[in-house]
Ligand binder design. Structure first.
Ligand SMILES: Nc1ncnc2c1ncn2[C@@H]1O[C@H](COP(=O)(O)OP(=O)(O)OP(=O)(O)O)[C@@H](O)[C@H]1O
Length: 382
């Protein structure tokens, strides 16, 4: 199955003041588990529905490999049923008058698959999502989680090359969500299908995706594997949206005697790639020390006062006042400190994220503090 490509896709709904999706260029790699992630209203569902063929783009092109599914310029629109894609939406809409088996066979019946084959395929699909024991029950006799599994089985039974999922876990409680995340990941690995998954939950995206595409106000902000996005967010929006607790962000234009000034002087001294608009540091990258002696050479550090310590069982979230600014640190060792204690906080230059006034990442900083390894010299041509 080749990649899904969206090129210059725009979607404006009739009467919509702004486009729901703006000039979207996105490649969903073959066999990937790509999460469309972003806040409510950013255009995720619209993008998914366009891939499914349920909405037509206002401009641009959608293709799977060489097969053009939508092209406004060429007047092409392949209807949803001819795209070989499976869909599961938030309201998984099972037929109430059909049993679980009947629901699972439904798509196969529509495709005129012979009865014996239908039966085997439905059985396999129900086993895959682990609800085979419910085959003779009706949807009203199932829990929400079981119903979502049946919706997944119904999609898997037709064995599509592409699975399109729109917040399919949103109605589940925390434990079931976790369980279903693991199952979806397993199903993806087993089937090798290309999955496009819509969510506004960054933890869900981080734990399941091979690639995350972050959107904001109809625009794509960054596409990258989860850890790459976490470690090198392309701009301030992505930096703040991905990660929990969120990244500490300090605008450096503020009080020169406060934390802003401290960070500005430090970053300027360190190879000065120009003055940033703001500096970010993830809570787990903000380290705590009893005194300056414990701070490694070359690290940024400043005085901090503990405000609160929140133990979570496996870690501690420490709320600090660093000069004039609130910061959060997360530590996996007991900080052995309480409100009012004076500490020193520090961060390695590699763990500081610098963003320009317009919010874009300042790559010059990353290159200065962690230069990429030099490429091997080219071989002499004889
Ligand atoms: N059928 C429609 N008609 C008009 N406007 C729409 C329609 N569907 C969505 N919109 C608008 O398009 C924008 C993007 O909506 P979309 O549902 O794609 O966002 P989303 O990121 O999936 O949001 P959510 O997470 O809340 O589902 C929103 O401003 C929404 O109000």
């Amino acid at each position: 199955m080749p990649a899904i490509t969206l090129s210059g896709v725009v979607k404006t709904y009739p009467g919509g003041a702004h486009p729901a999706v703006r000039d979207l260029d996105l490649t969903v790699p073959d066999g990937s588990f790509t999460c469309l992630l972003g806040p409510s209203g950013c255009g995720k569902t619209t993008t998914l529905r366009m891939i499914a063929g349920l909405e037509q783009p206002t401009l641009g092109e959608i293709a799977v490999g060489d097969r053009v599914l939508d092209s406004v310029r060429r007047g092409v629109h392949v209807p949803p049923e001819k795209r070989d894609m499976g869909l599961v939406f938030q309201n998984y809409a099972l037929w109430p008058h059909l049993t679980v088996r009947g629901n699972t066979e439904f798509g196969l019946r529509m495709r005129k698959v012979p009865a014996a084959r239908r039966k085997t395929r439905a059985k396999e699909a129900l086993e895959k999502v682990r609800v085979a024991e419910c085959a003779d029950r009706y949807p009203s006799q199932l829990s929400g989680g079981q119903q979502q599994r049946v919706a997944l089985a119904r999609m898997l039974a037709v064995d599509p090359d592409v699975l399109l999922l729109d917040e399919p876990l949103s109605n589940l409680d925390a434990r079931l969500r976790l369980e279903m995340r693991t199952e979806l990941k397993r199903i993806h690995e087993e089937t090798g299908a290309t999955v496009v998954f819509v969510t506004h939950d960054q933890m869900e995206a981080m734990t399941m995706a091979t690639h995350i595409a972050v959107m904001s106000e109809g625009e794509l902000q960054q596409v990258a594997p989860p850890m790459e996005m976490y470690e090198r967010p392309a701009n301030r929006f992505v930096a703040e949206f991905v990660g929990s607790p969120p990244m500490n962000i300090v605008p450096v234009g503020a009080d020169p005697d406060g934390l802003a000034g401290s960070l500005r002087r430090y970053t300027e001294k360190h190879a000065g790639p120009g003055t940033p608009g703001c500096v970010g540091v993830r809570p787990e990258a903000l380290k705590l020390a009893r005194s300056r002696d414990e701070v490694p050479d070359g690290a940024w550090s400043d005085d901090a006062v503990v405000e609160t310590v929140l133990p979570t069982g496996s870690s501690w979230t420490v709320q600090l006042r660093v000069l004039d600014t609130e910061m959060f640190a997360v530590t996996h060792e007991d900080p052995e400190a309480g409100p009012g204690d004076r500490l020193v906080c520090w961060a390695s230059p590699r763990r500081l994220h610098l963003f320009a006034e317009d919010g874009s990442r300042m790559d010059a900083w990353d290159d200065a503090v962690a230069p990429a390894p030099k490429a091997a010299p080219a071989k002499a041509v004889s």
